[in-house]
Structure formats: C-alpha cells, structure tokens
Design a protein around this ligand. Structure first.
Ligand SMILES: *[C@@H]1O[C@H](CO)[C@@H](O)[C@H](O)[C@H]1NC(C)=O
Ligand SMILES: *[C@@H]1O[C@H](CO)[C@@H](O)[C@H](O)[C@H]1NC(C)=O
Length: 334
C-alpha cells in the first residue's frame, strides 16, 4: 500500500482562488487521487471540452511513489513539478516521472518521461512528455530511503481515444531529460507589470511574468484584462534596454484568436500603457498555448502588448523580454 499524505487542491475550472492550501486541504489516500475534471465553460463558452488540467498542492511526505490515476488513457504533454521551498531541496534529485497504463506498484514500471537531476528550493520545472500515453502519472524516487515532499504537480494532457496505443513497460528512459530552468536573462521577470484592467482574481498582470509554463488560465498563471477598448499590458523594465526579442505565450484551452492583431510596442513613453511607443511587430495569430519569439532590436524601458482597433480581452500566459542595458552611464557587459 502507498502511504501518502497529500493535501489536495484543485483549481480546475472553478472560480475560486487558491491562496493557502494547508488549512483547507483534505488529506487523502492515493486511491483518491482522481482529482481532475472537464473544464467548465469559460467566459464565452468557447472552451475546449477535453483539455485536462490537474493541480494538486500541499505536502507529501513519502517513500513510495506518488501517483495520479487519470481514470482513462490520456496524451500527456507536460508535467510540471514544484519543489518544496523551505528546506531539503535535494531530496527530489533522481526522481523519475513515469507515464503509462500500469497502475500496479505505483506505476514504477511505466515508461519514463523525464528524470529530475536537480531542482532548487521552490523551483518549478516543466517536463515535456511529448504526448506520451497513459492513465497513470507517477513520481518515483528509486531506492528512496528518504521521504520526499512535492509541493505541486500539474499535468497537462488530453484524453486519448486511441486504445491501440497502450505501451509496454520499459526500463530505459524514453527521451532525454528536458527542463526549463528560470532564465536569468529574461528581463521581464524582474520588471513591473500593469494592464488596462483586470478580469478577475486569476488574471493579475504579473501572472504573465511568473515564469510558469502553464498556459491554462484557471491555473492562475496568465494575465487577463476585461473586455476593453484597445486593451493593453505593459512591463516596465526599470532601465532603458535595447530589446532584442520578445517571447509571448498565448492562452491555452480557449480563445487563441483573441490575440490576433495585437501589437508589441517598445519605447520610453509610459503613458496610455505605452501604446504610443514604436511598434515592433503585429501578431497576426498565435496558436493555442503556443510560444513565439519576435525579434525587435528596439530601445525602450517599456514593453507593451496592445490590441488596437477593437473591444477585446487580452490574455497573456507568459511574456519574456531579452536585451541589453543601454541606460546612460551603463558600462556595458564585462
Ligand atoms: C539595438 O540592437 C540592434 C540589434 O539587435 C542593433 O541593430 C541596433 O543598432 C541597436 N540599437 C542601439 C541604439 O543600440
Ligand atoms: C542598467 O544600467 C544602469 C546604469 O549603469 C543601472 O543603474 C541599472 O541598474 C541597470 N538596469 C538593470 C535593470 O540592470
């Protein structure tokens, strides 16, 4: 039997915030880890009905594998894990993320999506599982003598209808370890954000610079304005930079077309959300949950994304900015 004490919290598509999980969490056994659901309708009802998103938060002290049973086969695209923040960051080292259809022994015979070589305290790493098929997602520290705390696990995938794709157990890693460490050169993550308005408690402007890989609005990792005339989102880089490129992640799970026609503007005019600054690029369209890089080579302290000429919602799941400090008196890179 697994001995897992885990406080579960599901954000799913419910309209409640998730501030502090500990007081309200419910301690459950692993067999009850079936906390997922179909998305409820979003603001305009155009949400896809088959996108899976699981988020469990809390504390798990365990020697046995942690496993979630999705109840049916899914194609898993991303598993994001958040390490505990206060101590013992290294306990998670060597952890294997396994996905497959074998639920026995905590799923430890299922194929490997990735191996956690190391993670710092409180860090979130996303593992690209490339649509691996499985009913079970396991996090297992082989030969664990130690107990491990996992603060948060997010699983992104779609129900898989293809019954023929069941996988055989494998012992070799299926693909190389992939993770996205925090980017020290992303200027946006150290900037100050604002936006024309905020749709609800999940849509703060700063969510677009939180370095989270999640493109699911209800996870609280995206910004979201109201239905505004020419909505804007702006990051103040606090110094003047020659902005070489901007990367934008569009919203997943619904409404990718809302971003169509958005402009990236860069310059030193703070007023009107920076919408008077010079245009770098007009985004014709961007796929659901997709990230794209735009090359700019333009000087400014403010980077703005705005949708001109219409009434629209502006949702951004991540904005990353790269460039060189060209402030007066800046000595340049050593
Ligand atoms: C900014 O960088 C671009 C290349 O990305 C370069 O062509 C341009 O001259 C630079 N501008 C300034 C003012 O440094
Ligand atoms: C840019 O350079 C200026 C001048 O040296 C410095 O004061 C400022 O802190 C730098 N900005 C950032 C964000 O590093």
């Amino acid at each position: 039997m697994l001995h897992i004490d885990f406080l579960i919290l599901t954000f799913l598509y419910d309209d409640f915030a998730a501030p502090n999980v500990a007081p309200k969490g419910i301690v459950q056994q692993s067999s009850l880890y079936n906390m997922y659901g179909e998305p409820k309708n979003d603001i305009d009802g155009s949400l896809d009905n088959n996108y899976l998103y699981i988020q469990c938060a809390g504390t798990s002290e365990q020697k046995d594998p942690w496993m979630v049973d999705l109840k049916s086969k899914h194609n898993i695209f991303t598993v994001a894990i958040t390490n505990r923040g206060n101590c013992c960051a290294e306990k998670i080292n060597g952890g294997e993320i396994r996905i497959g259809n074998y639920g026995e022994n905590g799923g430890i015979k299922n194929p490997i999506c990735g191996v956690i070589t190391s993670m710092s305290s409180g860090q979130t790493l996303a593992f690209d599982c490339d649509g691996m098929v499985g009913q079970y997602v396991t996090i297992h520290i082989p030969r664990a003598e130690r107990s491990v705390t996992i603060c948060e696990v997010q699983v992104f995938g779609l129900p898989s209808d293809d019954a023929a794709t069941s996988m055989k157990p494998e012992t070799k890693p299926r693909k190389a370890f992939i993770h996205r460490p925090p980017e020290s050169d992303n200027l946006a993550s150290r900037g100050i954000t604002s936006q024309s308005s905020t749709y609800d408690h999940l849509g703060a402007s700063k969510n677009a610079i939180d370095s989270s890989p999640s493109a699911i609005y209800s996870s609280g990792h995206c910004s979201h304005t109201d239905l505004d005339v020419e909505p804007w989102w702006r990051v103040d880089l606090m110094s003047t930079f020659n902005v070489t490129k901007v990367k934008i992640t569009n919203r997943g799970c619904c409404c990718p077309e809302r971003i169509n026609g958005a402009e990236i503007r860069i310059g030193n005019i703070p007023e009107d959300g920076g919408t008077q600054n010079t245009i770098c690029v007009k985004i014709e369209s961007l796929g659901r949950g997709k990230e794209r890089e735009y090359v700019c080579g333009m000087v400014g302290r403010y980077v703005t994304i705005t949708i001109p000429g219409r009434i629209e919602y502006l949702t951004l799941c991540e904005v990353k900015v790269y460039g060189n400090n060209v402030s007066e008196g800046y000595a340049g890179k050593k």
